[in-house]
Design a protein around this ligand. Sequence first.
Ligand SMILES: [Zn+2]
Length: 79
Amino acid sequence: MPRFRCPDCCCGPAVVLHPPKGALPVCSRCGTVMERQPLVKPVPLAVFLAVSSALVGLSIPALMGPPAPPRPPKSETLA
Ligand SMILES: [Zn+2]
């Protein structure tokens, strides 16, 4: 569903309208042509996809790879 918000009455809620094709809805309060709002913000979605894919890429070698051989403790002590 397309959502529109008036740029002048900026703090009001976005309204769902069904304007005729090719026409822009007009604010009923001030008469300004309203701006269309995207349903899904593209930037957070891209960030979420990047983070999730990175997590999967990091976790797969840890799960599938052979366990690392235990290292002998170093004889030298840390001061
Ligand atoms: Zn308005």
